[in-house]
Ligand binder design. Structure first.
Ligand SMILES: [Mg+2]
Length: 279
């Protein structure tokens, strides 16, 4: 659009008559600029999210019709007659928090728990495209959504309110939201929380944006993570639905093998080393 406007303007006044453009002030380099711009500004991100949720919805009908179907590795025997459920992550799965990340890019800030909590409490995040239609469809078919998120337990109230506003908080209410450390054995890994859901429900699908949303053995190294994906190859797109998140996730930490002692520059060096250039 801007290019068209420039061309029209150029044709009207004659490009030669325009004063030389003032040089742009130096723009700080931020590693996340392109990733956040893609999530916030691209049609492609929205289309990718819609595609993921369309696949989820199509597979949900097959899952309901097949009593042997389960998506959870934590599901043990005797699940066929349990009522159906789906398990979803919250951030970058149900809620699009790109405004928080855009703010970090603009200000040069880094994630911290306090500003994140302030942001979540504002309840500004729109739903990820396709999420609400999929979840409401599941609920209309008698499937209960459970939200297994690594948000802090102190963010339960704004999480519940945001889900209720979208009409995707099911009847179990608070019990449908399982946040990190709400119980002693609910750590960063989500398997113990999936197991709680699996005790009473048959988990038809899991939806997330991070490998750890699906499996506890999500791997410290890039190679191991790739192997985990291959091990469950038939699950993707039907039992397990992955949303794109190029802005953050364990994929990034794996590139520097979780060496949290590294500063920003050290991490960048490891990420460069993790690339596979053609020569
Ligand atoms: Mg997430």
């Amino acid at each position: 659009m801007r290019m068209i406007r420039c061309l029209v303007l150029g044709a009207v006044v004659g490009l030669a008559a325009l004063p030389a453009a003032a040089a742009e002030p130096q723009v700080p380099e931020r590693d996340n600029l392109n990733a956040v711009l893609w999530m916030q500004g691209s049609a492609e991100y929205k289309a990718a999210a819609l595609s993921a949720y369309a696949a989820a919805r199509a597979a949900l009908d097959r899952a309901l019709a097949d009593p042997a179907w389960t998506a959870a590795l934590e599901q043990t025997d005797g699940y066929r007659d349990k009522p159906p459920a789906i398990v979803l992550d919250l951030d970058e799965t149900v809620f699009d928090n790109s405004a928080y990340m855009a703010w970090l890019v603009k200000t040069g800030g880094t994630y911290n728990a306090q500003s994140w909590a302030e942001f979540i409490e504002e309840k500004l995040s729109p739903p990820v495209p396709g999420a609400v239609d999929y979840i409401r469809y599941a609920m209309s078919r008698g499937v209960t959504p459970f939200y297994v998120s690594n948000r802090a337990a102190s963010l339960k109230v704004p999480s519940r309110e945001a889900l209720a506003e979208l009409g995707i908080l099911p009847a179990p209410g608070d019990a449908a939201i399982l946040l990190k450390r709400e119980r002693r054995d609910w750590g960063v890994q989500k398997g113990s929380r999936r197991a709680v859901v699996a005790e009473k429900y048959r988990i038809l699908q899991i939806v997330g944006d991070n490998l750890g949303d699906f499996v506890d053995d999500y791997g410290v190294t890039v190679a191991h993570r790739a192997q985990v994906v291959r091990n469950q190859e038939s699950y993707w797109g039907s039992r397990w639905i992955m949303l794109p998140n190029p802005a953050y996730g364990n994929w990034e930490s794996a590139a520097f093998e979780y060496n949290i002692k590294l500063d920003e520059n050290g991490r960048r060096a490891e990420k460069q080393r993790a690339l596979a250039p053609w020569k």
